[in-house]
Design a protein around this ligand. Structure first.
Ligand code: ATP
Length: 350
């Protein structure tokens, strides 16, 4: 549905915000662009929308090349972070605005605006102006405006970032349900991995203008393709510990673990394991990371425990009834089946 080939955007001054990027987004897909600040997410979205001109490469929407077309001729609707509503217009006029630009007759566009407003539970608010609405209501007006003109795709730039924490959760569920109902291809920019994991069908994780991995939420969470994605995804960061294979075993942070498949003697690797897959045992343990409890953080229903293992810190998430005392000797025992091994930054596939 949306294809990008070698797409590059360089700003004056030589900043390459999007770097020779290839991507295929399927029809009806809810697709998230995720990455740290400055990685080029917004630039990529704006280049798809036509608000930025590509320096090189092609953008194809629904089989039609749109690279040289202005935004108005790409048949996509963009919803901005700040909603970009017209402050002097009431809700109906805001929603109907794109239809007015397309010269839809007044009666027809007002009927369409009313119908869309009702779908988004805005019927009571039609006569109000944006300044008289809550953040969540303004967001729904912006969505209604995008929906009313039946675009081929929605492009959302951090649409939930102006809502408070509780509203965000509500809006997330609402948006996902709405996207399912409408089945319109949606590209969604966020720096919030929880949001991307919860909402998207697939996620592209970006860094420095490039895509580091494309996959379903389960894929990027369970099998990060490289150490960048491994360290970026996860509410508590993954343990990433340098190790070496010697005498048929993996030596890492003082522990001697089974040799991973696909790695030969003498090779240096990074051993990755989410703290959720580390169990904490008292005292020493044959195949674990022995250390001293240095920090215990309350996560609500569990504790994040940081063990000082000499040269390295190892983290484990333990159940709420197993809070260890700071300073105690303990051992983090990995669930081997969950471990990931990286060589030269890339996942070694078993
Ligand atoms: P954030 O999450 O902080 O919004 P982002 O991933 O959306 O970041 P972009 O806003 O696309 O990132 O910016 C990508 C890079 O391009 C950054 O290095 C930024 O400084 C640069 N950049 C963005 N807009 C311009 C511009 N108009 N002129 C020059 N450089 C720009």
């Amino acid at each position: 549905m949306i294809s990008l080939h070698g797409l590059t955007k360089e700003y004056p001054g030589g900043v390459r915000a999007v770097d020779a990027l290839d991507l295929e987004i399927a029809d009806g897909e809810f697709f998230a662009l995720l990455g740290p600040s400055g990685c080029g997410k917004t630039t990529l979205l704006r280049t798809i929308a036509g608000l930025e001109t590509a320096t090189a490469g092609r953008v194809t929407i629904g089989g039609t090349e749109v690279t040289g077309l202005p935004p108005g001729r790409r048949d996509v609707a963009m919803v901005f972070q700040d909603y970009a509503l017209f402050p002097h217009m009431d809700v109906t006029t805001n929603i109907a605005y794109p239809l007015r630009i397309r010269k839809v007759p007044r009666a027809e566009r007002e009927a369409k605006a009313a119908e869309t407003a009702s779908r988004l539970s805005l019927s009571e608010l039609l006569a109000r102006r944006p300044g008289q609405l809550s953040g969540g209501q303004q967001q729904r007006v912006a969505l209604a405006r995008a929906i009313a003109c039946h675009p081929r795709a929605f492009l959302f730039d951090e649409p939930l970032s102006n809502l408070d924490a509780r509203m965000r959760l509500e809006a997330r569920t609402f948006l996902k349900r709405l996207q399912r109902e409408l089945a319109v291809t949606t590209v969604f920019v966020t720096h919030d991995q929880g949001e991307a994991l919860a909402m998207a069908d697939r996620i592209a994780v970006m860094s420095a203008g490039r895509i580091m991995q494309v996959g379903t939420p389960a894929e990027v969470f369970q099998r990060p393709a490289n150490t960048f994605v491994a360290s970026f995804i996860g509410s508590t960061p993954m343990n990433l510990l340098p190790g070496v294979v010697r005498d048929g075993a993996l030596h890492v942070a003082g522990a001697v673990l089974p040799r991973p498949d696909g790695v030969a003697d003498g090779e240096e690797v990074v051993y990755g394991l989410r703290p959720e897959y580390m169990d904490l045992a008292e005292g020493e343990h044959a195949d674990g990371f022995a250390g001293k409890v240095s920090v215990v953080e309350n996560l609500g229903t569990a504790y994040l425990v940081t063990l000082d293992c000499g040269e390295h810190l190892v983290q484990a998430v333990v159940p709420e009834d197993a809070e260890p005392a700071p300073g105690a000797a303990a051992c983090a025992v990995p669930r081997h089946r969950r471990a990931l091994v990286y060589r030269d930054g890339e996942l070694v596939t078993p």
